[in-house]
Ligand binder design. Structure first.
Ligand code: ADP
Length: 620
């Protein structure tokens, strides 16, 4: 229930629309009641000529006894209203009365439906607003989640929560809202009518309530459990789709389409079974409530019918009016019984959404974080040790000591798994060191403002991520204040200009998803152009391992050389030819720096670097 309350709190922002909707709902419920109430004079007019001049609708001496539980002043108001209403209706002849009733009924229905329309509109506004806000909040939270979250949690699950769970909340928040406001009002109105006609009969009608409530809450508990599982299943399905799409080449190359199909079918099969389970339970609530209600309905008809037949305790028209009112009570009660189910379902989805929203970022600014305005001299790694949060015992880096002076190119080399990528991830604080410290101009980077620190760092990753947008927007990613000349200049330095202008729309060409229309070398050069435009003081470059053809490699190398010129660079190098001119080369193996020095001195030293170099040289 807490989750649901939290979901509802999102509506407070839309209180104006909510109030309008409530006003419309009240009008709707009253007119709905009025249209039933009007049936009594209508029946009197049609069937009972004698009653045409007496008061209708529960007034008169006959049932004074039945309504005596109502306070006197209400009886007076009711009688006064009935009398003037009947005076108006029955002022002329019977045909005249019939005509007037028809007109009033028609008008009541028109107004009721107008009120119903606006009530639904205002409510939709609120519910869609809530959905938008929830989705925005969950998405914004994505940026705050620790990087480790994206590795341990499956990406598909995250997507599914933002897309599917939010929709699940929408489906139920809306219906529930409507029902929680409209149905109780309708119940009050119809119950009021019923009590005013005969409180005894009303009492009999209400005995089903405790039974229904018990059954309904049992169903609610089941539904919540199942819906959570359904949402998890949808997340699994999304994950499989996401994996297949990102690995489409591998699937084709390995010819594992059938394997993937079967994996997918297993997931959809599981989903199918779970939905059937929930459907079985959900659909139970309606027939059970109806059977209980009709059972009582039959008793009322018998009991009330006897009252009419035997001693005129109640007029036939009133009894019929009572039945109308009681049967009008059924749909709102049924709807209300479904409300609990929906609350449970949306709470299950809400739980999953709030789990994301409540995840606290682990890397945040300290209270008095120091702003950074300048990179003056050096970045120093002091006795840095690191283990990933999900495997705290496993030291990935140990006792790492080195410095990067301003303007220097420092290269990291070594066998795969040695810790190179992990090491560079520590600099922009994607992760925090577990021991030792990284100092930026002498200050521990954990004391600096994260956003300032990151402004000084540019990153070109192995996987050059391009967005589904124009080339131009990919180069000046996220920033609109670069002039056309600056963008072209960056592209030229990155050796990208020539291929860009040959594209159908030049700089405005849209890149397909994941940059499929571009070659690997072209993608790298675009990524380099992007980094150049940001013009960071410190550049982290994770050289792509994928092989490029000679021509492309030459162009990328040229671009890189220009990028590295007069800049501080940390480069993870796979082709050792790239870094011959680096000021410092660090050889990493199993989380330790086992060798360091310039290219020539390392070759002289012998050891792993020499071995790696000779191996590559031989391959060429
Ligand atoms: P390199 O870049 O030199 O190939 P990495 O820094 O990627 O090496 O990996 C170093 C070690 O850390 C490896 O043993 C790898 O399995 C482990 N590792 C990398 N990323 C994670 C992660 N997100 N969670 C846990 N362990 C990781």
């Amino acid at each position: 229930m807490n989750t649901y309350y939290r979901l509802l709190r999102y509506s407070s922002k839309y209180w104006k629309y909510l109030s309008l909707s409530i006003v419309c709902t009240i009008i709707f419920a009253l007119l709905n009641g009025a249209s039933v109430y009007l049936s009594i004079p209508l029946l009197d007019t049609l069937f009972n000529s004698g009653a045409a001049t007496t008061s209708a609708a529960g007034a008169g001496t006959v049932n004074e006894v039945s309504t005596s539980i109502l306070p006197d002043f209400i009886l007076d108001i009711k009688e006064g209203f009935s009398n003037s209403f009947n005076d108006f209706i029955f002022a002329g002849g019977k045909t005249e009365a019939l005509f007037r009733i028809c007109i009033i009924i028609f008008a009541a229905f028109i107004l009721k439906n107008i009120a119903g329309y606006f009530q639904a509109y205002f409510l939709n506004y609120v519910e869609q607003g809530i959905v938008r806000d929830l989705r925005d909040a969950a998405y914004e939270q994505l940026h705050k989640l620790p990087i480790s979250y994206f590795k341990s949690e499956r990406v598909g699950n995250l997507i599914s929560i933002i897309v599917n769970d939010v929709t699940a909340v929408q489906n139920s928040v809306s219906a529930t809202f409507l029902n929680l406001i409209r149905e109780p009002l309708s119940i009050i109105v119809f119950l009021g009518i019923a009590i005013s006609i005969s409180w005894e009969l009303t009492l009999i009608s209400l005995v089903t309530l405790p039974f229904s409530a018990g059954i309904i809450s049992w169903i609610g508990i089941k539904l919540r459990k199942y819906s959570q599982r359904i949402q998890e299943k949808i997340a699994d399905i999304t994950s499989v789709i996401q994996e297949t799409i990102s690995g489409v080449k591998i699937v084709k190359a390995f010819g594992t389409e059938n394997y993937e199909n079967n994996k997918f079918k297993k997931e959809t099969g599981g989903y199918f079974r779970m939905v059937l389970k929930i459907t079985r339970v959900r659909n139970l609530s309606s027939p059970i409530t109806e059977i209980l209600s009709v059972g009582v309905g039959v008793v009322i008809i018998y009991y009330g019918g006897t009252m009419v037949l035997n001693n005129n305790e109640i007029k036939a028209s009133e009894f019929l009016g009572f039945l109308f009112a009681i049967f009008q009570l059924l749909p709102p009660i049924k709807e209300l019984s479904g409300v609990n189910n929906r609350i449970q379902e949306s709470s299950a989805a809400g739980d999953r959404i709030f789990e994301i929203i409540d995840t606290q970022p682990d890397i945040v600014n300290k209270e008095n974080a120091i702003p950074v305005t300048e990179f003056k001299s050096e970045v120093v790694f002091e006795k840095v040790g690191f283990a990933y949060p999900d495997e705290p015992g496993e030291k990935v880096l140990e006792n790492i000591n080195f410095s990067v002076n301003k303007g220097e190119v420092v290269a990291l080399v070594g066998p795969s798994g040695g810790g190179k990528s992990t090491l560079v991830d520590l600099l922009p604080r994607f992760y925090d060191v577990t021991s030792g410290a990284i100092k930026f101009d002498g200050t521990d980077i954990r004391d600096l403002k994260i956003e300032d620190l990151r402004k000084f760092i540019g990153i070109v990753t192995q996987e050059t991520i391009l967005f589904n947008d124009s080339i131009k927007n990919n180069i000046c990613y996220g920033s609109t204040n670069f002039s056309e000349e600056k963008i072209v200049e960056a592209a030229k330095i990155a050796n990208a200009h020539n291929f860009i202008v040959e594209m159908p729309n030049g700089y405005d060409t849209e890149i397909g998803e994941r940059g499929v229309k571009l070659s690997g070398g072209q993608r790298q050069r675009l990524a380099i152009a992007r980094a150049l435009l940001k013009n960071p003081e410190i550049m982290i470059f994770d050289e792509a391992t994928s092989a490029l053809d000679n021509e492309s490699e030459k162009l990328v190398q040229e671009a890189l050389d220009r990028l590295m010129k007069s800049r501080t660079v940390v480069v993870i190098a796979h082709r050792l030819s790239t870094i011959k001119n680096a000021d410092k080369i660090l050889v990493l193996q199993d989380g330790n720096i086992i060798q360091s020095g310039s290219h020539d001195s390392l070759l002289e030293q012998g050891g792993l670097y020499k071995k790696l170099y000779e191996m590559q040289f031989r391959d060429k």
